[in-house]
Design a protein around this ligand. Structure first.
Ligand code: CU
Length: 372
């Protein structure tokens, strides 16, 4: 398949498209998706990343179903809960390779009474594997500057989706903006930001909103020697504004507090502590760097067993030198504290939390979705 520059990448496609088709649904909808596998050799599934679906529809090969083999099909059916926001879907059989090659797409849940009339722009940030054996960063299939014409005064919502396996730093330049949602949950009383770097976890999503000014606005994927970007201007032409890079945005202190169903002072039915480390170990038949949790690597890592209805607290400590996105299926976690300090801003709900080297977090969730 070809990127906008003409560079070719090795891709697997949904319906011949890469990324896959954008799925837009409304909260409360009964959604049915038929997956038909026409790949010659590889099994596939569909996982609805961030959507709290019944366990049997979660699409994790080897856990909630077997992979759908070549020539087979599988129909997913679920009711979209009350969670309007930005999600994505991807194959979850050998997902590293399948996602890398393009078996993913945006999944947008709109509110029942959707009244937004501005520009709604999903941005799927992805590193495509090139034929030369390296990676090409792109927004969707744009590895060159993507230009869009937007009229002055138009509300613009950018849905930033990180489809890679490492964090991505985004910078928005040319206007102030608000981060209005993280991982499909609206933030409470977000304030205007400028010159902030947005670090989105692998698999995570940030929704940002601004009103289109008279001059150009650009979204950049922060990295050296990249021409990847999105440029919005009145007629789609013109130069990008100066890069408005700055300190990393901290959701723990952004927005204002609001009532939550539980907090740091709640009684928890179960508490777990997970220490992420690195060490040299024997794995997959060779000595290599491994990433243990509490000193063990999969399949010897601790199993977290809880009962339906339990209020569960989990502490994460990252003593390794690698970023680790901790992702919970079927539930959203409320972040309670960051590096020992309670969250003071908006309630911060996540399904995917980046734990950077040296960081610690406490999160909690209500176990209200039975499954493995
Ligand atoms: Cu997921």
């Amino acid at each position: 398949m070809r990127l906008s520059s003409g560079a070719t990448v090795n891709a697997w496609t949904f319906n011949g498209q890469f990324p896959g088709p954008e799925l837009r649904v409304h909260q409360g909808d009964l959604v049915e998706v038929k997956l038909i596998n026409k790949l010659p050799k590889e099994g596939v599934t569909l996982h609805w990343h961030g959507l709290d679906v019944p366990n049997a529809e979660d699409g994790v090969a080897g856990v909630t179903q077997n992979a759908v083999q070549p020539g087979e099909s599988f129909t997913y059916r679920f009711v979209v809960k009350n969670q309007p926001g930005t999600y994505w879907y991807h194959s979850h059989q050998a997902s590293q390779e399948a996602v890398e090659k393009g078996l993913f797409g945006a999944l947008i849940v709109l509110p029942r009474d959707d009244s937004f009339t501005g520009k709604d722009i999903p941005v799927l940030a992805h590193s495509w594997p090139t034929k030369e054996g390296s990676y090409q960063q792109a927004f969707d299939t744009f590895d060159t500057l993507k230009r869009l014409a937007v009229q002055l005064g138009t509300p613009v919502r950018l849905r930033l989706i990180n489809t890679d396996s490492l964090p991505i730093n985004f910078v928005l330049s040319g206007t102030s903006f608000k981060v209005i949602a993280i991982d499909g949950t609206d933030l409470h009383a977000p304030t205007e930001l400028t010159r902030q770097r947005l670090l989105v976890a692998a698999g995570g999503r940030y929704d940002i909103q601004f009103t289109m000014p008279d001059t150009a606005v650009s979204l950049d994927w922060l990295q050296k020697s990249s021409k990847v970007g999105l440029l919005l201007s009145r007629d789609g032409t013109g130069n990008a504004p100066a890069l408005a890079d700055g300190p990393v945005f901290n959701p723990a202190t952004y927005g204002s507090p609001q009532q939550t169903p539980f907090s740091l002072s709640s009684h928890f039915d179960k508490e777990f502590s997970l220490v992420l480390d690195d060490m040299i170990g024997f794995y997959d038949g060779k000595m290599q760097s491994v990433w243990p949790i509490n000193g063990k690597v999969f399949p010897n890592t601790p199993m977290l067993m809880v009962h339906e209805g339990d209020l569960v607290k989990v502490s994460f400590v990252n003593r390794s030198w690698m970023d680790h996105p901790m992702h919970l299926h079927g539930h959203h976690m409320l972040v309670l504290s960051y590096n020992g300090r309670p969250v003071t801003g908006s309630p911060w709900w996540v399904d995917t939390l980046n734990i950077a080297p040296g960081e610690s977090y406490e999160v909690a969730f209500r176990a209200d979705n039975l499954g493995i």
